[in-house]
Design a protein around this ligand. Structure first.
Ligand code: VGL
Ligand code: ZN
Length: 197
């Protein structure tokens, strides 16, 4: 059984959004077409409360894309994005959300970010997605969405570590690419046993 995991195809990650990924909207048609090739479709939604600790606006003297040391490790600081209930947090209007069996939200605890669909950035607090997939008998995952080098990569690596067979369709992803982060993410995914297509 296979699932398509669609990572964070939300307005704020598309052109015109608060944390726009270059050409982020261009993958939507291809993602819709991919949905029918899988037994299950899961959407993830970045979902931050106002004043989330990953927002640069919450750290005096810091700017977006600076880093800070959190209790759980180094955290990149972002522009305010995907605030709960905002337009930016909604899925891109062309995404076929009706086809989704479930939507999993992440990043809703103020003190900790969650790039991965499986664990928060402490690599320990589960989102519950693993249980959902296992109880449905799903062993094969295809990941697509935004952004390749953050939420897609973190999710893919965690999924591989959990024992799922994981493929990332790079043509259905777009990257932020901060200081070479795309190349690093690709190497880390490959090292974790993720198939990159
Ligand atoms: C993401 C940065 C902050 C992502 C989410 O979806 O890749 N990146 N929040
Ligand atoms: Zn976020």
């Amino acid at each position: 059984m296979s699932a398509l995991i669609v990572i964070d195809v939300q307005n704020d990650f598309c052109p015109g959004g608060a944390l726009a990924v270059h050409k982020g909207d261009e993958i939507v048609v291809g993602i819709n077409a991919e949905m029918d090739k899988h037994d299950a479709v899961v959407l993830t939604q970045d979902w931050h409360p106002d004043g989330h600790s990953s927002f640069a606006s919450q750290h005096a003297g810091k700017a977006p894309y600076d880093t800070v040391e959190m209790r759980y490790g180094t955290q990149v600081l972002w522009p305010d994005h995907c605030v709960i209930g905002s337009d930016g947090a909604q899925f891109h209007t062309a995404l076929q959300t009706d086809r989704a069996d479930m939507t999993i939200r992440k990043g809703f605890r103020r003190a900790i970010d969650s790039y991965s669909a499986f664990f928060e950035n402490d690599h320990a607090t589960p989102t519950g997605l693993e249980g959902y997939l296992r109880t449905r008998g799903i062993s094969d995952l295809t990941l697509v969405g935004l952004a390749t080098d953050f939420c897609v990569a973190y999710s893919a690596i965690d999924a591989a570590k959990l024992g799922f067979h994981v493929t990332v369709k790079l043509d259905l992803c777009k990257a932020i690419d901060l200081n070479g982060s795309l190349e690093i993410a690709k190497t880390q995914m490959a090292d974790a046993g993720v198939t990159l297509l």
